[in-house]
Design a protein around this ligand. Structure first.
Ligand code: AOF
Ligand code: ZN
Length: 362
């Protein structure tokens, strides 16, 4: 890989970042078509069902009257090889006469993985795949839910929590607003905004009456909300009833379920052990609905159950530099007999946000 290649591939990855959450369940991809240091066209993935990055870049070149024959296409992801909602980008690049393709990362979609590169190579196109591990990693991080779902069939489940240094999320009298600073809460909203679904529990709905929408950020759509509510106790006047579509998952049928349905709520039955909702099934169903990222904001009971059942991939823990002394903890976990029974999380990164700290654990 030349310095030029490195430069343009980086540019393609930056273009991918311009694609918004509306590409979901598709990954965010960027593409720039270059000849002798001149940009002929560039593009990024459009909302799902519309053009992929490569098609956008080819169109852009055409609109500017550029002939792309013999040029190099830099893409952040392996061009697709299948007829999905759109035709294969590998065919598009081939038919346009592109001579060389440099791709930052291979696609994890089994329909595409390796096949996109094969189509290009079979057409005599010079392919350079994943030349820079750091860039490949950046592409996978940007699309972490997509890559995870392609590998496991499950969404990437991110649990957001805010606590004091002694791990309290509320005072014994229930007061919890606000433990962390506005800057940390705004960061939390940014993670909400990129999620395909925001998940919470009935405990939080009844205690905090949250709306669970994204505020203070310009976004194309509010993520749908799911509430885990074994007995369908969600009040018709609850804050979560406002805004984006609401799904309530219960464990057994009752008349309140019908009342929720009549109010336009989707209700699902997923009975599990002990009269509770089967959380594993919830996550599986979200995966089968092509949900890439689930954002959980819940109390200690649901958060603890999700962690205990191994359903959480990432924890974002915002900690305010203060001690509350008493009150609810972040996670309700079964009592342990030995310290070494506690699961070890890996610190993915730490960041100071305003006066608070954010821990990202995986
Ligand atoms: C690309 N360029 O910009 C994206 C790709 O149903 P479709 O036709 O929209 O195809 C979706 C699949 O295409 C998706 O699962 C992923 O494998 C790939 N995404 N591929 O060549 C793009 N977003
Ligand atoms: Zn494509």
């Amino acid at each position: 890989m030349t310095e030029q290649d490195q430069h343009w591939l980086q540019h393609a990855v930056r273009l991918a970042e311009r694609a918004g959450i509306e590409t979901s369940p598709n990954p965010r991809v960027g593409c720039v078509i270059v000849r002798q240091g001149q940009v002929l066209g560039e593009g990024w993935t459009q909302p799902v069902g519309q053009a992929h990055a490569e098609v956008q870049a080819l169109r852009d070149a055409q609109q500017h009257g550029h002939d792309v024959r013999g040029a190099t296409a830099y893409v952040s992801l392996e061009p697709c090889s299948h007829f999905g909602r759109t035709p294969p980008c590998a065919f598009g690049l081939r038919d346009a006469g592109i001579a060389r393709v440099v791709a930052a990362a291979g696609d994890a979609n089994p329909l595409v993985s390796g096949k996109g590169f094969a189509i290009l190579r079979d057409a005599g196109i010079d392919v350079l795949a994943e030349p820079d591990p750091a860039l490949a990693q950046q592409v996978r991080e940007m699309n972490i839910g997509f890559f995870h779902r392609m590998k496991t069939g499950l969404p990437w489940v991110r649990l957001k929590m805010a606590a004091s240094l002694d791990g309290r999320t509320a005072l014994p009298n229930g007061q919890s607003q606000w433990i962390t600073s506005p800057a940390a809460r705004e960061d939390g909203h940014r993670w909400r905004a990129r999620a395909d679904v925001i998940l919470t529990g009935i405990g939080t709905v009844l205690a905090d009456n949250p709306q669970l929408n994204v505020r203070g950020i310009d976004i194309p759509r509010q993520p749908p909300k799911w509430v885990i509510d074994s007995g369908f106790r969600t009040p018709l006047q609850a804050g979560v009833m406002q805004g984006a579509a609401l799904t309530v998952v219960g464990a057994s049928d009752n008349p309140q379920r019908l009342a929720l349905q009549n109010a336009g709520v989707q209700t699902l039955l997923m009975p599990g052990a002990a009269g509770k909702v089967d959380l594993q099934e919830v996550i599986q169903v979200l995966g089968s609905q092509q949900c890439n990222e689930v954002h959980v904001e819940a109390g200690a009971a649901l958060s603890g159950a999700l962690v205990h059942e191994g359903l959480v991939n990432e924890i974002l823990l915002y900690m305010a530099p203060k001690f509350l002394g008493a009150g609810a903890g972040v996670l309700a976990l079964p009592e342990m007999q030995h310290v070494n029974q506690a699961r070890m999380w890996q610190i993915h990164d730490t960041l100071q946000i305003g006066r608070d700290i954010r821990l990202c654990l995986r």
